[in-house]
Design a protein around this ligand. Structure first.
Ligand code: M6R
Length: 611
């Protein structure tokens, strides 16, 4: 949440900072700001709204700032205090010219604020970050590293920070606890960011700070220490995706681009991991020792939002094919309800970003309780990937759109592979395994067939643009699809949408059905279809218009609904993916027709690094 960029080196800082902010805007976009060093100290410029507002503001006086070669910048997702200019970062502290940007939450900010006010500090914003700026100032005695280190020992909560002092030109301090910081190592310059997409244009060499690391950067000199002032060695890692992967590539929105990237993303997810001969999946990150396998009692899947919805597909497949007890749990709930989990449980944490605070907390809880813990993560080098130490990368490429699309379909693909792998280590025959391999390998082409219906889906979307409320229903494997379809629609189009099990509709929500409330029903051919068609009839009897996702050629389902989008025939555990893609396109086109800011929906941020 929120984005940080910082630069120190021989080149003008402002273009690097602004370019980085634009790359990070998907992380937060309610206000933005920049601070650069100059002959007269540090200049700060901030504005409400998107980065483009800040760019406009800088246009007026850029000449006086453009020679600066050291600066920090931030794009905000408000937590403490509304999204106003005064609450935007950077924040300045006291008399020593301390200026900093911060991601995360300082939990003891009230107590610190009271103490600092007692010392005469005057606060201008409502943010927890300003507390940190004044705290560093109050501890400054000529050494920024020492002041920041001491301040960070006093704060509770999470932070990723970048800090300057006008007493020490050219020195940049960065630190992290719970909020990512990546240091891009250039030939003669250093670019810091909260995520690699802001540095890839300049360098592929990245150092990922660990919690409680603090780095003093002077040009290309990087001195990393622990908060106990012990030197820390962190080797640079190569960022393996291209700068182009994070561009829109001619599409109107990142979301549409990422929807269309799915066949390739899933192919990359599967690459080298299918063994057609042995009829199994090769996922070395999930290899258990024979003892662990024999002892395995349960698979627990934790995640949030879209990742949790994918986890539900994994739960069904794991029980269905592998006969392993599986449960999905909302990550925040897992952490706080004192779950019964132990060494016979394998906990899989699913996260596109690898930084979601609740999922990370669940990982730590599971590790503390002695469970086997693995990550299913897209962003290489992210905190969950590193802390779990084992797991499977999605290899779906960077996902920029706040609405998750290709991460979901890659997650489902990995979870199906996981079910296959465990099934084969238990009772599934090699022939059945080979069949499963063929099914999984067919997913990219099934998705391509749905993408070919983009125009048709855009036309259908026109009929659903005016609604203010909608229900998505499904059964079995199609239940998670209903949840994910509703999540997509509500987050990007602002239409109130709920995903329900088709049978659950009668237990309350049906009271809301009327002509103005459409129902999107997953009526794919397979077990449960007849019952869902019965539910469809119940909805239509209450005047709801029903849009069905049906299997190609299924005349019965087509006749049972008002409108339909057909997806290719395939088993239901596989149909999850093409059906979800159809709903992604539907949501996208509805949001587009409603004129919504698709890639940056209000109030949302791409990675939720606060609880
Ligand atoms: O990065 P993660 O997968 O851990 O993120 C979890 C959710 O915040 C995320 O899936 C969210 O629900 C998406 N915006 C939905 O499109």
């Amino acid at each position: 949440m929120c984005g940080i960029v910082a630069y120190t080196g021989p080149n003008p800082a402002i273009p690097v900072l602004l370019n980085g902010l634009k790359r990070l805007e998907y992380r937060g976009y309610d206000s933005a700001g920049i601070a650069v060093e100059g002959a007269d100290g540090i200049s700060i410029r901030k504005s409400e709204g998107k980065v483009s507002e800040l760019v406009g503001l800088l246009g007026e006086d850029e000449a006086s700032l453009k020679s600066s070669t050291c600066g920090i910048a931030h794009t905000r997702w408000a937590t403490h205090g509304p999204p106003t200019t005064v609450n935007a970062h950077p924040h300045a502290g006291g008399k020593n010219g301390i200026v900093l940007v911060h991601n995360g939450i300082i939990e003891n900010h009230r107590a610190l604020r009271t103490t600092l006010e007692g010392k005469g500090y005057v606060f201008v914003s409502e943010t927890d970050t300003e507390v940190l700026a004044h705290l560093v100032d109050s501890l400054y005695a000529g050494d920024l590293l020492e002041a920041v280190t001491t301040a960070l020992k006093e704060v509770h909560g999470t932070y990723g920070i970048a800090c300057l002092s006008d007493q020490e030109p050219g020195v940049l301090l960065v630190a992290r606890r719970g909020s990512p910081i990546v240091i891009g190592v250039g030939a003669d310059e250093t670019i810091v960011a909260s995520d690699a997409s802001a540095i890839i244009k300049h360098t592929r060499q990245a150092i990922y700070l660990d919690d409680n690391d603090i780095a003093k950067i002077t040009g290309k000199e990087i001195d990393i220490r622990s908060l106990n002032n012990m030197p820390v060695s962190r080797k640079p890692a190569e960022i393996d995706w291209s700068a182009d992967a994070a561009e829109k590539g001619g599409y109107e929105h990142y979301m549409l681009k990422e929807i269309f990237e799915q066949p390739e993303a899933i192919r990359n997810t599967l690459r080298g991991r299918m063994d057609p001969e042995r009829g199994t999946a090769l996922l070395s990150g999930l290899d258990l020792t024979p003892r662990e396998l024999a002892d395995l009692y349960r698979l627990l899947i934790v995640g949030c939002g879209t990742s949790m919805n994918a986890g539900l597909v994994g739960e069904y497949a794991m029980e269905d094919f592998a006969g392993v007890l599986a449960e999905v749990e909302q990550a925040a709930e897992f952490r706080y309800r004192n779950p019964i989990v132990g060494s016979r449980d394998l906990v899989i944490a699913i996260s596109q970003s690898g930084e979601t605070a609740d999922t990370l907390a669940a990982v730590r809880e599971a590790m503390d309780k002695g469970a086997l813990v693995a990550g299913l993560v897209n962003v290489v080098g992210s905190t969950i990937a590193r802390e779990t130490g084992r797991g499977v990368y999605l290899h779906a490429g960077p996902e920029i759109s706040v609405a998750s699309t290709k991460a979901f379909t890659s997650q489902v693909s990995v979870l199906l592979m996981t079910a296959l792998k465990f099934a084969r280590s238990r009772r599934m025959s090699v022939e059945q395994g080979r069949q499963f391999v063929r099914e999984i390998e067919s997913i990219p082409s099934l998705v391509e067939q749905v993408l070919a219906k983009n125009d048709e889906i855009a036309k259908i979307a026109e009929k659903y643009v005016e609604q203010t409320s909608a229900f998505f229903i499904g059964r079995g494997y199609m239940y998670p699809v209903a949840l994910e379809g509703a999540l997509k629609l509500k987050e990007i189009s602002y239409i109130h949408a709920e995903g329900y099990h088709a049978a659950e509709l009668k237990h309350g929500p049906i009271a809301l059905l009327e002509a103005s409330v459409p129902v999107i029903a997953l009526c794919n051919d397979g077990p449960g279809k007849d019952k869902t068609l019965g539910n469809v009839a119940e909805c239509r009897a209450r005047d709801s218009r029903v849009l069905g996702i049906v299997t190609e050629g299924d005349e019965e389902a087509m006749a049972a609904v008002d409108d339909y989008i057909s997806v290719p025939a395939c088993p239901l555990h596989i149909a999850v993916v093409p059906s979800t893609v159809a709903l992604q396109l539907l949501s996208y086109h509805i949001a587009r027709l409603r004129g919504c800011p698709i890639d940056q929906p209000r109030n949302l941020a791409k990675s939720v690094t606060v609880e």
